[in-house]
Design a protein around this ligand. Structure first.
Ligand SMILES: *Cc1c(COP(=O)(O)O)cnc(C)c1O
Length: 438
C-alpha cells in the first residue's frame, strides 16, 4: 500500500509568517491572485524548492506538484538539461539589450516545430503575446472588433477582461474595474463550442471583426475540449469573412503535442500566441504567424511593439533546452499515458465513492469537475460544486498533494510524474473522497 503522509497545519508556521509579512507590502500577499488560495479558503504555501514532480515548502513539507508553475514545468523541476543550459549562459551575463544567438535559435526551432508560424517575435509573458497579436490583427485587417469565448483567458490585457452577457456586444461588461467601457465594446465574448453564435456575430458585424482569438483547448475554466467541428468551423468562418484566427496556445503550445493544439487538431492559425513551456520556467512569451502579417511589426512595419528584456539570453537558453528535450521520441505518448493512468484511476475512485464528479483530460492536463453532466462550455462549469472542491483540496494538501487550488483550474502533469507519484496521488484521493458526502 502506498503510504499517505498527513501534514499538520502546525507544520506550516514559516509559510504563515511569510504571508503575514507579504500582506503588508504586496496586495493580498501574492504577485498573482490564484496563488493566494482564496478559492479553497486556505492561506498561501511558500515554496522553497522544486525537484522533478515535487515541491518542497519553506517548512520542509513535500508535495506532488500538479500545477507545474501553471504549465511551464512539463519536464518537472530542476531538469538537468535546462539547468545546465542556464549555467552555461549565466557565466556570460544576464542581459545585453542587443540581439543574442539564443533568440535566433529559439525562433528557428519554434518555426520548425509549428509550421503555421513563419516568423515569430519573442516577448516576456503570455499577456504581452496576446496583447501584441491583437494589435497586429487590428492593424492587418484595419478592423477593430475581437471575438473571444466565455471562460477563455488570454492574460490580463484590458480588451480580454470581458464577460459578455446575452445579446453579444451590446451587453458586454468588464470583469474588472478600470477597464474603459469604450474598449470593452470592441470585444465580443461568445459561448465556447458554439459556432452558430460566431456565425451570427459575423453576420451582425459585417466587415468589422478583426480576429477571433481562442484557446484551442480551453484550460482556464477547468478543462474544456473543443467539439470536433468547432476549431475547423472557426477556421472557415474567419477565412470567409477576412478576419484572422488567433490561437492562444500559451498553455497548449508544446504541451498537448510537439506542434501544440494546432498539430493535434490539424488547424492552421493565422497568428499563434505562446508562453509558459517555451521559457522553461523563465519569463517568456511569443507571437508569430504568417510572414505577410508579421512583417507589419516594427522595425519592418509600423505596428509598434518592443521590450527591454525580450529575447533575454537566460530565458531563451532555458526555453531552447526544454523544447529540445521535448523532441525526444515518444515524449508526448509517455505524457499521454501518464495522464490517462491518472484519469482512469480517478474515474474508478469517483465511481467507487459514488460522487457526482467526472474527469476531463488531454495530454498533460486533467480536471476533476464536481458536476454530473458533460462540460462543453463555461456556463456548465459555473454549476460545479465549488464547496466540495474546496473540501477535497484541503484534504489533499494535508496528504502532500498540491492540486490546483480552484475548480476552474486544470491540473498539469509532467514527464517526471512517475508510478510512485501517481499511486500516492490516487491513494490520497481515495482517502479524501471518503470524507466527502455527495
Ligand atoms: C497563462 C495564460 C496567458 C497569460 O500568460 P502570462 O504569462 O501569465 O501573462 C494567456 N493565455 C493563456 C491561454 C494562458 O493560459
Amino acid at each position: 500500500m502506498t503510504q499517505v503522509v498527513t501534514i499538520d497545519t502546525a507544520d506550516t508556521a514559516k509559510s504563515e509568517k511569510l504571508f503575514e509579512r507579504a500582506q503588508k507590502v504586496i496586495p493580498g500577499g501574492v504577485n498573482s491572485p490564484v496563488r493566494a488560495l482564496k478559492a479553497v479558503g486556505a492561506n498561501p504555501i511558500f515554496m522553497q524548492r522544486g525537484d522533478g514532480a515535487w515541491l518542497y515548502d519553506v517548512d520542509g513539507n513535500a508535495y506532488v506538484d500538479y500545477i507545474g508553475s501553471w504549465g511551464p514545468m512539463i519536464l518537472g523541476h530542476r531538469n538537468p538539461r535546462v539547468l545546465e543550459s542556464l549555467e552555461e549562459t549565466l557565466i556570460n551575463g544576464t542581459s545585453f539589450g542587443t540581439p543574442s544567438p539564443g533568440e535566433v535559435e529559439l525562433a528557428e526551432l519554434i518555426t520548425t516545430l509549428m509550421p503555421s508560424i513563419e516568423m515569430v517575435r519573442l516577448v516576456n509573458s503570455g499577456t504581452e503575446a496576446t496583447m501584441s497579436a491583437t494589435r497586429l490583427a487590428r492593424a492587418y485587417t484595419k478592423r477593430d472588433l475581437i471575438i473571444k469565448f466565455d471562460g477563455c483567458y488570454h492574460g490580463h490585457f484590458d480588451s480580454f477582461l470581458v464577460k459578455a452577457g446575452s445579446g453579444l456586444a451590446t451587453n458586454s461588461i468588464a470583469s474588472s474595474p478600470g477597464v474603459p467601457e469604450e474598449l470593452i465594446k470592441l470585444t465580443l465574448s461568445l459561448p465556447y463550442n458554439d459556432l452558430a453564435s460566431v456565425e451570427k456575430a459575423f453576420k451582425e458585424h459585417k466587415d468589422k471583426i478583426a480576429a477571433v482569438i481562442v484557446e484551442p483547448i480551453a484550460a482556464n475554466c477547468g478543462l474544456i475540449l473543443p467539439d470536433e467541428k468547432f476549431l475547423s468551423g472557426l477556421r472557415d468562418l474567419t477565412s470567409k469573412h477576412g478576419a484572422l484566427l488567433i490561437f492562444d496556445e500559451v498553455i497548449t503550445g508544446f504541451r498537448v503535442a510537439l506542434g501544440g493544439a494546432q498539430a493535434k487538431y490539424k488547424i492552421k492559425a493565422d497568428l499563434t500566441c505562446l508562453g509558459k513551456i517555451i521559457g522553461g520556467g523563465l519569463p517568456v512569451g511569443a507571437y508569430g504567424g504568417k510572414k505577410e502579417i508579421m512583417e507589419l511589426v516594427a522595425p519592418v512595419g509600423q505596428v509598434y511593439q518592443a521590450g527591454t528584456l525580450s529575447g533575454n539570453p537566460l530565458a531563451t537558453a532555458a526555453g531552447l533546452a526544454q523544447l529540445r528535450s521535448l523532441i525526444a521520441p515518444n515524449a508526448y505518448e509517455i505524457l499521454e499515458q501518464k495522464t490517462k493512468r491518472l484519469s482512469d484511476g480517478l474515474t474508478e475512485l469517483i465511481k467507487k465513492a459514488k460522487l457526482s464528479a467526472h474527469i476531463v483530460y488531454t495530454t498533460g492536463m486533467l480536471c476533476l469537475f464536481f458536476h454530473k453532466g458533460e462540460i462543453t462550455d463555461f456556463e456548465a462549469t459555473q454549476k460545479c460544486d465549488t464547496e466540495k472542491f474546496a473540501n477535497l483540496w484541503k484534504a489533499l494538501i494535508k496528504k502532500g498533494i498540491y492540486w490546483p487550488p480552484s475548480q476552474f483550474e486544470t491540473a498539469f502533469i509532467s514527464l517526471e510524474h512517475g508510478k510512485a507519484e501517481i499511486e500516492q496521488t490516487l491513494a490520497a484521493f481515495e482517502e479524501s473522497f471518503n470524507h466527502l458526502k455527495d
